[in-house]
Write a protein that binds this ligand. Structure first.
Ligand SMILES: *Cc1c(COP(=O)(O)O)cnc(C)c1O
Length: 433
């Protein structure tokens, strides 16, 4: 069996045993129980390092999109490696503070920020966060008012809706005219001019984010060109732009898709915003490039380990019922997304058989994979790993069906550490009366 999507250095079979870094996953399951999310520290840091090295020479900041995986230890790991954070709620700002992310490395995105959240961002650190990504004129008016009340100037970027089709799942496409995100160019321009009349806000940047799991650079190129044009226009208004925020969205392989390499993504960024870019030539400006990757950093750095509860023979298919469910990893049910499912222990002898791998939740959509090939001898008590579960996995987990949320474990070399304990029944009713 091959593992097309796993980075062979961090998740690989040693003999017949699937290991994460230096530790057999079955040992982790034995020690911490199942279901359990397991992350590799080296795998988390590798894409970040690669972005860093291929953008060296260009002033840049990588702000990890916390919604992809908001565990404190992981946020702290990225912060310690020099990354910033892209927050989309007051709760994520709170996490950023707990994880020690410096204020000047935080951007705040989202179409619906409340006044309370604006205030929290303005009070973050000694002088507030790096930038609000503002998405409407009304939002800017309110931000100006909140900033006055707090007595701190709010730095902001305008999020452009470039109207490009990212050719991804409609639920994760954000840069089309019909999507709720960002402002169309004419509105964005109007907002840039209008902002000069507001005393408590300061326009510092322009941003885009067109969607997630993008498997081609073409829509990004188009979005970057639109952003670059818009940045030029802002500079022409005599507003010194300090950064351009290129959002996130670069896709990863979940099976055998060809995702653009990090290096080709960097080359595109260098071309559109580097020292030889049209923007640099026309404006003599070198705005810092801010990136907001989520999935790219965390997606292939984590797996969900689960135990087989039962095998069941149906009329037209065979089922494997595992102890993980859609409340633990909702991507297959929500986006019909594909996750590879592999046994933790390979069986040399047994022929493969075909199974639908399903969870225990009372919903027909609680399916991890249909018609999957797994060893025919696989049985109750055996363990499987659902791969590429490091992003939008635990962070989207719920307690649906009153299922306690699972534990998360971080592996570094031979060291394993619980970074979130398994919930108890008491956790289920906390706050209820
Ligand atoms: C979700 C999101 C991201 C991260 O997207 P990925 O596809 O995980 O890289 C970045 N920026 C914004 C504004 C987002 O909403």
């Amino acid at each position: 069996m091959t593992l097309p999507i796993m980075n062979s250095r961090h998740f690989r079979y040693v003999g017949n045993e699937l290991q994460v870094e230096g530790v057999p996953l079955s040992r982790i399951a034995e020690k911490f129980g199942t279901p359990v999310y397991v992350y590799s520290e080296a795998a988390l840091l590798e894409p970040l390092d690669r972005i860093r090295s291929c953008l060296s020479g260009l002033d840049h900041l990588v702000c990890f999109a916390a919604k992809a995986n908001s565990n404190l230890s992981i946020l702290r790991l990225f912060a310690g490696a020099g990354a910033g954070l892209d927050a989309v709620s007051g709760g994520e700002l709170f996490r950023a503070r707990k994880a020690g992310v410096p204020a000047d490395r935080i951007v705040f995105s989202g179409v619906g920020k409340t006044e309370k959240e604006m205030e929290e961002a303005l009070r973050f650190g000694r002088s507030g966060i790096l930038a609000f990504n503002v998405e409407s004129a009304e939002e800017l008016t309110v931000l100006n008012r909140v900033a006055e009340r707090v007595g701190r100037q709010a730095r902001f970027s305008i999020r452009l809706n470039p109207d490009v089709d990212p050719k991804t799942h409609p639920y994760i496409s954000t840069g089309l005219r019909k999507n709720k995100f960002g402002l169309p160019r004419a509105e964005a321009s109007r907002l840039a001019r209008y902002s000069r009349e507001l005393r408590w806000v300061s326009l510092r940047g322009a941003s885009v984010h067109i969607g997630s799991q993008l498997l081609s650079l073409a829509p990004l190129r188009e979005a970057f060109r639109n952003l670059s044009d818009f940045a030029e226009e802002i500079v022409a208004l005599n507003i010194p732009l300090s950064h351009v925020d290129l959002g996130g969205g670069l896709g990863i392989p979940y099976r055998n898709e060809e995702a653009p390499s990090i290096e080709s993504y960097c080359a595109l960024i260098q071309k559109e915003f580097g020292s030889n870019s049209r923007l640099a030539k026309k404006t003599s400006l070198r705005p810092k490039v801010v990136l907001e990757p989520g999935r790219l950093l965390a997606g292939n750095a984590g797996v969900l380990v689960s135990e087989i509860l039962f095998r069941k023979k149906g009329v037209s298919r065979n089922f494997l019922i595992i102890d993980a469910a859609m409340n633990d990893l909702i991507r297959p049910a929500l986006y019909e997304s594909h996750h590879e499912i592999v046994p933790l222990t390979k069986s040399g002898r047994s022929r493969d058989a075909v199974f639908d791998v399903v969870g225990p939740v009372c919903e027909t959509s609680d399916v991890f994979g249909r018609a999957r090939r797994l060893p025919g001898s696989i049985a109750r008590g055996d363990l499987v790993a659902v791969l590429s579960a490091g992003a939008y996995g635990f962070s989207m987990a719920s307690q649906y069906n009153s299922r306690t949320r699972v534990a998360e474990v971080l592996v570094s070399g031979n060291r394993t550490r619980v970074i979130r304990r398994r919930e108890t029944y008491e956790d289920l009713i906390r706050g209820e009366s």
